[in-house]
Design a protein around this ligand. Structure first.
Ligand SMILES: [Zn+2]
Length: 339
């Protein structure tokens, strides 16, 4: 009798178990089947779109559009490489390579000097006390010159002034280039399928033959003051980014300190945004060499050029400055390099 009831209980338990498992399976399948179908539909849609876009970009219709704007994309790519050259015009005039050494922590107690490990070793970082760091944050440009050995002489001044002029042109060029590219894309947007325009804009830009344009401002040099405590647990840092504003401050600071050989002439001006605009307005926003103006080309990049180059003793003064379009300035620059 006892044995029989045990079997009944066992059967009941097995019955409940089977019921629960079947319940679980039906619940999962209830969820999984619609989910699976959705995923499958998505995959099929995605694959068909990929195949469609692949054939579209290879097709004659697209290649015709590409061909029709070839000259414009070529211009944009040339301007882009010119902007990259301008960005690279920063040569560190202040510091030189002092060599490298290896820092080892030989303390008996294995302190975890975490911040020491994070310590960035490069010549654009200066390790200092917390007092210097605080003072530097109050007077960044002054401390930048002092601790990064930026000499206050005519040569350094001219170099930074030149960099400022180039960076300002690069920044303006970036805006004009983006405008120009958007205009080109806008003009052909009716001939491009909406699907491609919406889902593959980046690929479209690339397939049309545009190079990768870098519109970020990561190229501005950054100088860092860094304080790390003796124990290596705490640290703080001050980044001084030489963007247009800070370069203008630096140039103006150097201008106050440098004893110019030609200062007696009293002609020297500062390469500020105001001066650059003044020269462009004076020259009626027209290149003084090829006479092309922003009336002819809406997104024409105009630059300020020293008629007698600084390297040949020319100074920044209104009568030694002229407006040139980027193409003329580029050829002029190349000629000077060849001499
Ligand atoms: Zn020109």
């Amino acid at each position: 009798m006892q044995k029989n009831s045990n079997i009944y209980i066992l059967l009941i338990i097995i019955g409940i178990g089977v019921y629960l498992v079947s319940l679980l399976i039906s619940a999962i399948s209830f969820l999984i089947i619609p989910l699976g179908v959705t995923v499958l539909i998505c995959v099929v849609l995605l694959l068909s779109y990929l195949i469609y876009s692949h054939f579209y970009f290879e097709g004659d219709k697209f290649l015709d559009i590409k061909e029709s704007i070839k000259q414009f994309t070529k211009n944009c790519n040339e301007l882009n490489s010119h902007i990259n050259d301008l960005k690279n015009s920063f040569v560190d005039v202040s510091t030189y390579d002092y060599g490298t050494g290896e820092l080892n922590d030989n303390s008996n107690y294995k302190f975890k000097r975490t911040e020491w490990k994070n310590n960035i070793k490069n010549y654009q970082t200066y390790n200092c006390s917390s007092t210097v760091l605080k003072s530097a944050s109050n007077q960044p440009i002054k401390y930048l010159c002092k601790y990064f050995n930026i000499d206050t002489n005519e040569n350094t001044f001219s170099n930074f002034e030149n960099v400022l002029n180039n960076f300002a042109a690069a920044e303006q060029g970036k805006v004009l280039l983006k405008n120009e590219r958007d205009i080109i894309l806008n003009n052909i947007s009716d001939s491009i399928p909406k699907l491609i325009m919406y889902f593959s804009k980046n690929k479209l830009v690339q397939k049309l033959g545009f190079e990768d344009f870098d519109f970020s401002d990561l190229y501005f040099p950054v100088y860092t003051f860094q304080y790390v405590s003796a124990g290596g647990n705490s640290s703080s840092k001050l980044d001084i980014k030489l963007n247009i504003e800070n370069l203008e401050r630096l140039v103006s600071y150097l201008n106050d300190l440098v004893k110019f050989r030609k200062s007696a002439e009293g002609q020297r001006a500062l390469m500020t945004a105001v001066l650059r605009e003044k020269i462009k307005t004076r020259d009626d926003f027209t290149c003084r060499k090829c006479r092309l103006s922003i009336k002819d080309e809406r997104n024409l990049l105009l630059e300020i050029d020293h008629i007698i180059p600084i390297s040949k003793g020319g100074i920044t003064s209104e009568d030694n400055l002229q407006t040139l379009c980027w193409r003329c300035n580029r050829t002029k620059g190349a000629k000077i390099e060849n001499i």
